[in-house]
Design a protein around this ligand. Structure first.
Ligand SMILES: Cc1cc2nc3c(=O)[nH]c(=O)nc-3n(C[C@H](O)[C@H](O)[C@H](O)COP(=O)(O)O)c2cc1C
Length: 383
């Protein structure tokens, strides 16, 4: 079983994760983790904080000579901004003048301060902040190097920003190249221009905007996850993982919500068989999962991100001390963070796939898991 915990506040010293259950002998290229961290920080519409931070991960334990040992892996990302905040965020005596008492609608501020009995909303927003996703990207990018040894690869792209839609598909020939060349991780260059104009307009109005991204994972064998119990279903695990990303308000797999509007004949992927290819489909409306299990087709999952709650034209709120109406506090903020969220989502999907691989082919070393995997492929070959 693979598991991990994270710790850290947005303006605290650092973010930390401990991963337990990683098999031994997985080659870890720290550069690949840092590349994903850099991607998470980029994307048109990000705010000033991302200019201060230049995230890079430090591996504190569990990896020796660039290979996992099988023991717990500890990861750390320093917050460069800590230097500017240690008089406010330190664990010793701190300056209390700048307490936050005006909760932002759409954030954890109000419910969090009531639930945890805090007078200073900073005690809530520091951990609720999506800065925490940086360490989750590090975790996901590390286990991604494990799942890649099984020929599994993951990518993501932006399909909608506000009302502007991309018409690109992951099956397009120049799909990857277009994403790499895009400031918004959008594979449709014409739509990207309109998306950028839209973000600029929203920014001028002091407002924020959300959108939809799609994550695609290829190379999954048939049979990850299971139909036998609710908490072993791969679609359920992926949906829960994606919903745990800050500001994600909807997840759909394959046709998703659209499948509710179509007749069954337009939804279900017919099954064919040939001696050379074995079983195959001509469509992938199911998004690679049937009955809670991977079916050998690409996994296709989309998630909807709401607009960022911190607005430069603040919404109405109430001061938690005076109970007077007020305009909500402005923390330095993004206008649009959908491209960043798609990188976080790639990491989450990598994590869930890694967990299901370990669950199905479990072992202590990479070799043992690959032996189990090969023998399973051999077993299902003529089915
Ligand atoms: C990558 C990323 C960046 C974000 N940046 C901001 C931000 O700059 N300002 C903000 O108010 N919310 C930001 N959010 C969203 C909030 O963290 C989120 O809305 C808040 O924690 C409340 O959680 P909920 O929206 O899931 O209910 C960001 C989310 C993600 C995924």
């Amino acid at each position: 079983m693979l598991r991990y915990l994270t710790a850290g506040e947005t303006h605290g010293k650092c973010l930390i994760a401990i991963i337990e259950g990683m098999p031994s002998n997985v080659y870890i290229d720290i550069k690949k983790i840092n590349e994903q961290l850099e991607l998470r920080q980029s994307g048109y519409g990000r705010g000033g904080r991302m200019k201060i931070e230049k995230d890079s991960v430090e591996i504190l334990s569990g990896v020796r000579d660039r290979k996992t040992l099988g023991s717990p892996i500890a990861l750390k990302i320093e917050n460069k901004d800590w230097e500017n905040w240690k008089h406010i965020m330190g664990d010793g005596e701190i300056i209390r003048e700048r307490i936050v008492t005006k909760p932002r609608p759409g954030h954890a501020d109000l419910s969090g301060s009531i639930k945890y009995d805090h007078q200073d909303i900073r005690n809530v927003l520091e951990r609720a902040s999506a800065r925490e996703t940086a360490i989750r990207v590090a975790v996901g990018s590390l286990v991604r190097q494990f799942i890649e040894t099984f020929g599994i690869s993951i990518m993501s792209h932006i399909v909608e920003i506000g009302t502007v839609k991309s018409s690109a598909s992951y099956t397009d020939s120049n799909f990857k190249e277009n994403i790499t060349n895009s400031k918004l991780r959008c594979a449709d260059p014409d739509a990207e221009v309109k998306m950028i104009e839209y973000i600029d307009e929203i920014k001028r109005q002091g407002d924020s905007v959300g959108g939809i991204f799609e994550v695609v994972a290829t190379g999954l064998p048939i049979g990850l996850g299971s139909y036998v119990h609710w908490d072993r279903k791969l679609d359920a695990k992926i949906a829960a993982g994606l919903m745990s990303i800050q500001a994600i308000k909807g997840v759909e797999i394959g046709l998703g919500f659209e499948s509710a509007r179509l007749p069954g004949s337009k939804v279900h992927d017919e099954i064919f068989y040939s001696k050379e290819a074995g079983y195959f489909r001509k469509t992938n409306h199911a998004g690679g999962i049937e009955g809670g299990m991977s079916n050998g087709e690409p996994l296709v999952v989309r998630a909807a991100m709401k607009p960022i709650p911190t607005l430069y034209s603040p919404l109405k709120s109430v001061d938690i001390i005076t109970k007077e109406p007020y305009e909500a506090s402005i923390e330095r903020s993004d206008v649009c963070a959908v491209p960043a969220a798609s990188i976080v989502a790639e990491a989450i999907v990598a994590w869930e796939i890694a967990c299901s691989l370990v669950e199905k082919f479990g072992g202590d070393s990479l070799q043992e898991i690959h032996n189990n995997y090969r023998s399973y492929l051999e077993q299902i070959k003529d089915k």
